[in-house]
Design a binder for this molecule. Structure first.
Ligand code: GLP
Length: 264
């Protein structure tokens, strides 16, 4: 989720730059990003204690609850851990950029050092099919934006994505959004929409002739088929995406955590 607009000064800088309260990026997430930067840069090293909740809250001008939320998110990533009665420490677990987070295509490409670009295939308002309607929990009369694009990294086709979004959440998208740009940036900046959680199903298939042509691969080549539903922080579904990625240009890197919580 690292975005160019996010100020990156460390919490312990003499005068940390203020958080951006208008960006649509939740404050806890902005604090999380700053702490991640300090860990990545080695300013906060494995084994070191985290700055205290009180101190961060005081320096950044936010509530302790907001800071706690940021620390919880870091702990879920496995980069900090808490010891009862002792505090929270920086973990030695490697912080890989590749581990899957809710990233946009633009962010993923930049993290790999590739220049993202897109070609629009279609962009319109339509009536959803049953799958999309169920995934986005739409009422009978609700319409969606449907955006289909080929996504490129350094001019190499990396995937075909069809994104469906409820018109209700971003009513002027068709007029305001330049489909060659980042959809997630537009949603955050213009509509204050942050996609915080994503459910993703990954299957394997064969490129049909249209997909093969668009992806510049041989027909019937192996492809990943992704179905993604993304949710706002309050659990409202905001995006349903079906994507086709060439098997030879894409890899899926997961970090799996064993939970202490009881399941079921
Ligand atoms: C990734 C996701 C898609 C999402 C897209 C948005 O590729 N798999 O589901 O729609 O990012 O990317 P961007 O903000 O660059 O348009």
């Amino acid at each position: 989720m690292a975005k160019a607009q996010t100020p990156r000064s460390g919490i312990d800088d003499p005068r940390p730059s203020p958080l951006n309260r208008k960006s649509g990026i939740p404050l806890y997430h902005q604090i999380q990003l700053r702490l991640l930067d300090q860990i990545r840069s080695g300013e906060l090293k494995p084994g070191m204690p985290m700055p205290s909740i009180e101190r961060i809250a005081d320096r950044m001008g936010v509530s302790q609850m907001t800071v706690r939320q940021a620390v919880r998110a870091l702990s879920e990533l496995g980069v900090v851990y808490s010891r009862q009665g002792k505090g929270t420490f920086i973990s030695g677990i490697k912080l890989e950029r590749d581990f899957r987070q809710v990233l946009s295509f633009t962010e993923e490409s930049k993290a790999r050092g590739a220049k993202p670009s897109s070609r629009m295939l279609s962009f319109d308002i339509r009536t959803p099919d049953q799958n999309v309607m169920a995934a986005l929990r739409l009422t009978e009369s609700e319409k969606i934006f449907s955006l289909r694009r080929v996504r490129y990294g350094d001019s190499v086709p990396m995937g075909i994505e069809r994104s469906c979004l409820p018109v209700r959440l971003c009513p002027r998208l068709l007029e305001t959004f330049d489909p060659t740009a980042s959809l997630y940036d537009e949603l955050a900046e213009r509509y204050g929409i942050q996609l915080m959680v994503t459910d993703e199903v990954i299957e394997v298939g064969k490129a049909n002739s249209e997909e093969a042509r668009l992806l510049e691969i041989a027909p019937k080549s192996p492809v990943f088929l992704f179905t993604r539903t993304s949710y706002l922080e309050n659990g409202v579904p905001a995006e349903h995406v079906t994507s086709v990625y060439p098997g030879n240009r894409y890899k899926v890197v997961n970090r799996l955590m064993r939970s202490n919580r009881k399941l079921g």
